[in-house]
Design a protein around this ligand. Structure first.
Ligand code: PAF
Length: 301
């Protein structure tokens, strides 16, 4: 059973939950002295199979896996679900322990933002910020880049893994690591889906039974458009326009549906061969995102 060693470190069997920066740094220092490599899995908790797959992925890269759980106020705008975001630390601890995770870093907001979430320093990957989610949620990606920078500076991992579902977020973090000379291998992990194709997300728990029937349509629509492109459809802008309408007719409030280049996130044309199709749409109050990545010279899709 869980036993409290001191007021900041809670240990259950092999896994410890650490809530302050000094303690996690000491632990990492000791692990490094033993020659261990460190992998970070940043999360906001309320863990599902997608998160657990990130831990499994990280176990292939690093000796010690640290999962951070922190609902980052800076990446929510005032009208979003920060206050109601599910906090399920005990269940998360059980899942992570069963998955063989080594340490949880679960700081308080005051530990990460001692001066309040009006952080004086912000990290923004400006070139990737004004599009897709960055357009509809203007402060979101800056909030993500800022907190991930803090986590990278606290943990100093060799590797960090992020899900491909948030593909724009992954590209922002990869670019940030390159531009700010962070010596961290940023890994993208495959999207984990329900059997019906719905990409796993902590926010899926907000969906009503009826909305759960509709939600998998997003992934079906992405695959339909991918097949249309592979079959030779050339007018991407028309395809985007028509698909926005289909998304709306399926019961969603569409935010964007865009065909972009995979590496630079530029608006794609048929001259581009590596593509990502991005979608964001709401069902009631729940905002869902998904994407599909492919090369137009792929065979047997
Ligand atoms: O993807 C998430 O869960 C969050 O955006 C992250 C990367 C943990 C930063 O708060």
């Amino acid at each position: 059973m869980a036993s409290i060693q001191n007021h900041n470190i809670v240990s259950s069997h092999n896994m410890q939950t650490i809530s302050n920066i000094a303690d996690i740094r000491n632990i990492i220092k000791a692990e490094r002295q033993k020659g261990k490599t460190i992998g970070l899995v940043p999360t906001m908790g309320n863990l599902h199979a997608g998160h657990i797959s990130l831990v499994a992925q990280m176990q292939q890269h690093a000796d010690i896996v640290i999962t951070s759980i922190f609902v980052n106020p800076l990446q929510f705008s005032p009208n979003e679900d920060f206050d109601s975001y599910p906090k399920t630390l005990k269940a998360d601890q059980e899942k992570l322990e069963a998955a063989g995770n080594h340490y949880i870093f679960a700081p308080s907001a005051a530990e990460i933002y001692p001066e309040g979430s009006a952080s004086k320093t912000l990290v923004s990957v400006a070139a990737l910020d004004g599009i897709l989610c960055g357009k509809s949620r203007p402060t979101h990606l800056t909030g993500v880049a800022t907190v991930v920078t803090k986590l990278f500076n606290i943990i100093a991992p060799d590797h960090a893994v992020f899900g491909l579902k948030d593909y724009q977020q992954l590209m922002v973090i990869k670019q940030m690591a390159i531009d700010l000379c962070m010596p961290i291998n940023v890994i993208g992990a495959p999207i984990v889906r329900d059997e019906d194709g719905l990409a796993l997300s902590s926010r899926n728990s907000y969906l009503t039974a009826e909305q759960k029937q509709i939600a998998p349509r997003l992934n079906q629509i992405l695959n339909y458009v991918k097949q249309a492109i592979l079959a030779g459809e050339e007018n991407f802008r028309e395809l985007e326009k028509q698909t926005m309408q289909i998304i709306e007719e399926s019961g969603f409030k569409p935010d964007y549906f865009e065909i972009r280049t995979q590496n630079t996130l530029k608006t794609a044309t048929i001259a581009d061969h590596k593509l990502t199709i991005f979608v964001a749409a709401s069902l009631g109050k729940t905002r869902l995102i998904d994407n599909v990545r492919f090369a137009t010279d792929e065979k047997n899709n």
